[in-house]
Write a protein that binds this ligand. Structure first.
Ligand code: 13P
Length: 254
């Protein structure tokens, strides 16, 4: 449900996408041009290698381009890394931080993610903080405790709520075709909203709370019908143009 600001439909391409996939972008740009996107903001986060091209082609269009990660320092001797400044320099608007795949494979913790959010915001990027519980945490009834800690520790210190979005992505729902019940999504999103309200007061209303994990064209309507769901972060469903267009179209209604 939309609360004042636009819904955000964000595609996270993860480690997918080659030059030949430019046809996806051309198709999407044409589609967006012909749609009235008053209630929805559309974002694509391709791999680093495609950002420059995607960003150039999307200039002066409503489509936003984002990155999937950035480094925690502004610049320096960090071989192979990409800074938030470099992304900003390419015209990137958003950066996803703390995705569970980065937490899992690269052992990123809340403290590191907090540094990344700060440097990204300092560079003028909007930040999407990903949080979510594993299956074993859910089974132990620790979901809210885990999420509460992720929010508290990742948002420590001077964070700008005007450049912040949260994506609730249960780890066990990512790429599995399984999603939590509507009631579970409702409970977690309400919990996140309460936390944000207590941190940021009135400014918290600017923060969108996205749901992510196996979102597809068949389940998006019911997910968007849940209170405090103000967007979706989509992996697999953002890679096929027909599926992604259907997701955008359905989100416009909410
Ligand atoms: P899937 O939509 O493929 O489950 O991935 C979700 C995700 O991790 C988005 O960041």
């Amino acid at each position: 449900m939309k609360i004042g600001n636009k819904n955000l439909i964000a595609g996270n391409w993860k480690m997918n996408g080659l030059k030949k996939d430019l046809s996806f972008l051309h198709n999407l740009l044409l589609f967006i041009k012909n749609k009235k996107l008053k209630s929805t903001e559309v974002l694509i986060c391709p791999p680093f290698t495609l950002i420059d091209t995607f960003s150039n082609l999307s200039k002066n269009t409503p489509l936003k381009i984002g990155a999937q990660d950035c480094h925690f320092e502004e610049s320096g001797a960090y071989t192979g890394e990409i800074s938030a400044n470099m992304l900003k320099n390419l015209g990137v608007s958003y950066v996803i931080l703390g995705h569970s795949e980065r937490r899992g494979y690269y052992k990123e913790n809340n403290h590191l993610i907090n540094s990344k959010i700060k440097i990204a915001q300092k560079s003028g990027l909007k930040t999407i903080l990903c949080i979510g519980e594993t299956l074993s945490e859910r089974k132990k009834n620790s979901t809210l405790r885990v999420i509460g800690r992720q929010i508290k520790d990742s948002l420590k210190g001077n964070i700008d709520p005007m450049n912040l979005e949260i994506a609730y992505e249960p780890v066990w729902a990512i790429g599995t075709g399984r999603i939590p019940s509507a009631e579970d999504i409702f409970l977690v999103h309400a919990f996140i909203k309460d936390k944000l309200d207590s941190f940021y007061g009135k400014k918290a209303k600017n923060i969108r709370i996205l749901y992510g994990g196996s979102v597809n064209s068949k389940n998006i309507s019911s997910i968007f019908g849940i209170d405090n769901v103000t967007g979706a972060l989509i992996g697999g469903g953002s890679l096929k143009i027909s599926e992604f267009k259907s997701l955008v179209t359905q989100s416009i209604k909410y």
